[in-house]
Design a protein around this ligand. Structure first.
Ligand SMILES: Cc1cc2nc3c(=O)[nH]c(=O)nc-3n(C[C@H](O)[C@H](O)[C@H](O)COP(=O)(O)OP(=O)(O)OC[C@H]3O[C@@H](n4cnc5c(N)ncnc54)[C@H](O)[C@@H]3O)c2cc1C
Length: 399
């Protein structure tokens, strides 16, 4: 017989979204203490937004890591197992450890899956020989090593045409690398190529215009609609495929920063919770599942049509938590999310464009100045202030 447990609220994933919702629920309702379970197999939690600056050699990667146990809010149980199967029509799910959790309300917050194996040759070459990525704690140091040791030639920075976490991150590291190459004196013998599977540099026209100017000023070659499909580490060759014509182009590299394709986690993709694309299918304002009224999803694993960032989750979590409480109380849902997201676009050491926008791609800027301008103050915000707000505010359900 599998172990069976029952909770009022079961939260799948103890990342940015899962912990934020848990903390908010427990702050709002003393009655929920002891009735909330967070299910996540990972012993460590990472503040991923700083990985850009780790890759740029500005901060140490250890500063982005905490023990998961220290972040689980008081009043919640932590089940350190991976969910393998959802049965939402029976209000239960099953873990790989054989535990069955029954719930009154389920919150799905399991993040995004990085599909390293969808690029031929990547798994074998990542982390050495100039092949690096900021998209994994284990490889993020290889980015700074590749930049530091680069002696000139072609430096490629890729972006896939799938949804990814932080759509701006693939280009942020490129601007830091450009600065680093100038400092070390190799920029004169270097070609920098931005190869993106998307059709443009950024989705919001106001910030796209500013970023195109940055690319031009820096002398970067931007190639669009190009997906990286294969790496040959021995010959130091990267093969790209045009997203429309399927034509292939091979480029030799000295270093290559790879952002792999990403997708919804397989155990969500293969479940009744998924939409046609595999994402947890929720109402874009209430975050309630469209078929199961006692299921909510938010963050990177959801189909919310906004860019996948921690900043978006900061605005989603209060809405999701409030609507979970509404369902538990038998009340109509009264909280709504407008698609707010933000991307702190690092455009060099000490410079940053702070993009903020909503579902309509309309800028929603916080500060009383034009945030599409590169500013030192916004760089300081990202490097020093936002991490503190994350650990002490967002994850504690305070903001
Ligand atoms: C290089 C980089 C730069 C970024 N820059 C920024 C930035 O500048 N600003 C910004 O706002 N955001 C940025 N982000 C994005 C941000 O980190 C993510 O959007 C955010 O962490 C997503 O939160 P989440 O809770 O949805 O997923 P995560 O925080 O990834 O957490 C998902 C959790 O689910 C757990 N899980 C997975 N599978 C299972 C399972 N089967 N059962 C149980 N649990 C499971 C995982 O172990 C994990 O703990 C960046 C990300 C990266 C990688």
């Amino acid at each position: 017989m599998p172990r069976q447990l029952h909770y009022a609220v079961a939260i799948v994933g103890a990342g940015s979204a899962g912990l934020s919702v848990a903390a908010r629920l427990l702050r709002a309702s003393k009655a929920l203490h002891g009735s909330v379970v967070i299910v996540d197999p990972q012993t460590k939690h990472y503040y991923q937004p700083l990985w850009t600056l780790v890759g740029g050699g500005v901060v140490r990667k250890e500063t982005t890591e905490r023990n998961q146990q220290s972040l689980i809010p008081k009043g919640a149980d932590w089940l350190q197992e991976a969910v393998v199967r959802f049965h939402p029509d029976e209000n239960r799910f099953v873990t790989g450890g054989g535990t069955e959790i029954r719930y009154d309300v389920l919150v799905v917050a399991a993040g995004i899956q990085v599909d390293w194996d969808r690029i031929k040759g990547l798994k074998e070459s990542i982390g050495h020989g100039g092949v690096c990525s900021n998209y994994d704690y284990n490889y993020v140091d290889s980015t700074w090593k590749s930049i530091r040791e680069f002696q000139g030639g072609t430096a490629i920075f890729t972006q896939p045409n799938t949804p990814i976490k932080c759509g701006g991150a693939p280009q942020k590291i490129m601007y830091l690398a450009d600065d680093a190459f100038r400092r070390s004196g190799v920029r004169g013998k270097t070609d920098i190529v931005f190869a993106s599977g998307n059709a443009a540099i950024f989705a919001v026209p106001k910030y796209a215009e500013a970023l195109n100017r940055v690319v031009q000023r820096r002398g970067i070659t931007a190639k669009y609609k190009r997906n990286l499909v294969e790496l040959n580490a021995v010959r130091r060759e990267a093969v790209f495929e045009h997203t429309d014509t399927k034509e292939r182009e091979t480029i030799r590299y000295g270093m290559i920063h790879v952002v792999p394709p990403m997708s919804s986690p397989s155990f969500i993709k293969d479940s009744p919770l998924a939409d046609a694309g595999g994402w947890a299918e929720v109402d874009k304002h209430t975050m309630q599942h469209v078929r199961f009224a006692n299921v909510f999803a938010l963050g990177d694993c959801s189909n919310l049509p906004t860019s996948k960032t921690g900043a978006a989750i900061r605005k989603q979590a209060p809405v999701a938590a409030r609507n979970v409480l509404n369902v538990l109380a038998g009340q109509p849902l009264d909280a709504s999310y407008d698609g707010y997201t933000s991307c702190p676009l690092v455009t060099g050491y000490n410079r940053l464009i702070l993009a903020e926008f909503d579902y309509d791609l309309t800028p929603r800027e916080t500060f009383p100045f034009d945030q599409s301008k590169e500013r030192y103050s916004m760089y300081v915000l990202k490097k020093s202030l936002l991490p503190k707000l994350y650990w002490h505010g967002m994850l504690k359900g305070r903001m």
